[in-house]
Design a protein around this ligand. Structure first.
Ligand SMILES: *Cc1c(COP(=O)(O)O)cnc(C)c1O
Length: 365
């Protein structure tokens, strides 16, 4: 008899990532991971390089300087910040600490798939609630609360749909949940949102002891390869995370590069402005070609081709020209492709290929 994992572990489907290489193509355009369009912030690159001679040193397990920099940048108390090896790390720790066998984790139907993996790993029953127009439905979530509900995850804006709940709706969700249910607001795309009715979660974290906001350096800050995320949480939850997390969960390089990225002049503003411009442009181009595009507040769009066959053919057309986008079958949206907003040239190439593809479809001939 060989070693066996706990009950339920083998029922977990591995995370499906995007493609990053196309065989036989030497030039590829990667629009499959929602990485920032501008690459690595120059200051972060310099900080990373300068560290090479220090790599025998353990990092600061408390990430003090990094937390101070995050606090200063976003106007938050560093004592209420916990850093992780990507926000995925913190999502796992929250599920393991607050979930477990006999509990339920709630997420919306097309919510971020890591919640399902981390929840199942912790032993939670994962409940997925119906959406309206690919947007989390607060009434459906509140109706699905049971005595076993311990965790509710909401990505706002959501990946892969791009949809966003305005602050009054998030507040209504919090107000309707029992106080002992932990609400996790995943604001991985917060820096891209330019709507006045959006709050990334800080207000609800401050308003009580039962809401956590998670953030990442993997998107607008361009440091996905280093694995760096953080959360802003009430003191009781900070205390729990600091007990259970791996003591040196954030590497020396990630801490140094993160601090430098936060200090990069105009980085967020430039990334957001580029994204608003090209998200609008690419959406309009695809719609002009006859493709439905769901509204998005993130650095990606969800293109809806109507049928899985059509989406698959469009995917193949893009891949043939070296452009990688994300297939959505794993999310139950096989008729869709998720396309990251890249540079101007990358967006233009994707638009050109898809327009050509649509021009050759019988319905549009
Ligand atoms: C990309 C993404 C994250 C970030 O994960 P990291 O582990 O920080 O790289 C978190 N949540 C959502 C919804 C995402 O799309």
């Amino acid at each position: 008899m060989s070693p066996q994992p706990r009950t339920g572990i083998l029922g977990i489907a591995p995370y499906v990532g995007g493609e990053s290489k196309v065989v036989g193509q030497n030039r590829t355009v990667q629009l499959s991971f929602n990485e920032g369009a501008f690459g690595v912030p120059p200051g972060a690159r310099a900080a990373y390089t300068a560290l090479a001679g220090e790599l025998h040193r353990y990092p600061d397990g408390g990430a003090h300087e990094l937390r101070r920099a995050i606090g200063a940048r976003f106007g938050l108390d560093p004592e209420r910040i916990v850093c992780g090896a990507g926000s995925d790390d913190l999502i796992y720790q929250l599920c393991l600490a607050y979930g477990g066998p006999g509990t339920e984790l709630m997420m919306s139907r097309h919510g971020f798939s890591v919640y399902e993996i981390a929840g199942a790993y912790a032993g939670c029953r994962v409940i997925k609630t119906p959406e309206r127009q690919l947007t989390a439905d607060v009434d459906a979530m509140l109706a699905a609360v049971s005595p076993a509900t311990r965790l509710v995850f909401l990505a706002n804006p959501n990946n892969p749909t791009g949809s966003m709940l305005p602050q009054p709706e998030v507040e209504r969700l919090r107000a309707g949940l029992p106080p002992d249910v932990l609400l996790v607001l995943d604001a991985a795309y917060a820096e891209y949102v330019d709507r006045p009715d959006f709050n990334p979660g800080t207000r609800l974290v401050d308003a009580g002891d039962n809401t956590v906001m998670t953030r990442t350096f993997s998107k607008i800050f361009g440091l996905g390869g280093l694995r760096l995320g953080w959360c802003y949480a009430p003191p009781g939850i900070v205390d729990v995370l600091n007990r259970v997390r791996s003591p040196f969960n954030v590497s020396l390089a990630a801490q140094a590069a993160g601090i430098a990225a936060l200090a990069e002049p105009g980085w967020i503003e430039a990334g957001r402005a580029h994204n608003v411009q090209y998200r609008g442009w690419l959406s309009a181009e695809l719609q002009r070609a006859g493709i439905r595009v769901w509204p998005s507040e993130g650095n990606f769009i969800l293109a809806d081709f109507g049928t899985p066959e059509q989406a698959g053919a469009a995917h193949a057309a893009l891949r043939m020209r070296g452009v990688m986008v994300r297939a959505m079958g794993g999310y139950g949206l096989p008729q869709c492709l998720r396309i990251t907003i890249g540079t101007a040239e990358e967006c233009a190439l994707a638009a050109e290929i898809l327009a050509e593809f649509m021009a050759h479809q019988p319905a549009h001939a």
